[in-house]
Design a protein. Structure first.
Length: 120
């Protein structure tokens, strides 16, 4: 899957997704300090699902109706880096078909996938 990892996504998660065969562009490498709007537009424009730990993207896509190719929000505070990488890997392995075009929240005890406005 083609992904854009926001710069707040831990390096362990990016490395694991790449090891799993995903094409992951890291915003911190290509556009450090970019505004959330710009990061979301870059992901949408390139057809990449955005992976982030920043809740502000929920407001951008829900309230403001910004274009998207899907958003995966990581809510895994307090989880070890290795367990965080494993949890995210499992979501992309087990729920890959659900992620594009939707808003997915990954927590330590649940994964919620919600259709976004404008998603067929």
């Amino acid at each position: 899957m083609n992904l854009l990892a926001d710069e707040c996504v831990p390096a362990e998660v990016v490395a694991r997704l790449r090891a799993d065969g995903h094409a992951v562009e890291a915003a911190g490498d290509t556009a450090p300090g970019a505004a959330d709007d710009d990061v979301l537009a870059r992901a949408a424009g390139s057809g990449r699902v955005l992976v982030t730990a920043d809740k502000d993207f929920g407001e951008l896509v829900y309230r403001l109706g910004r274009a998207h190719a899907g958003v995966v929000l990581l809510r895994l505070a307090g989880v070890s880096p290795a367990d965080r990488a494993e949890a995210v890997s499992a979501v992309f392995r087990d729920r890959a078909a659900d992620l594009p075009g939707n808003f997915t929240v990954v927590e330590s005890d649940a994964v919620r996938v919600r259709r976004l406005p404008g998603t067929p």
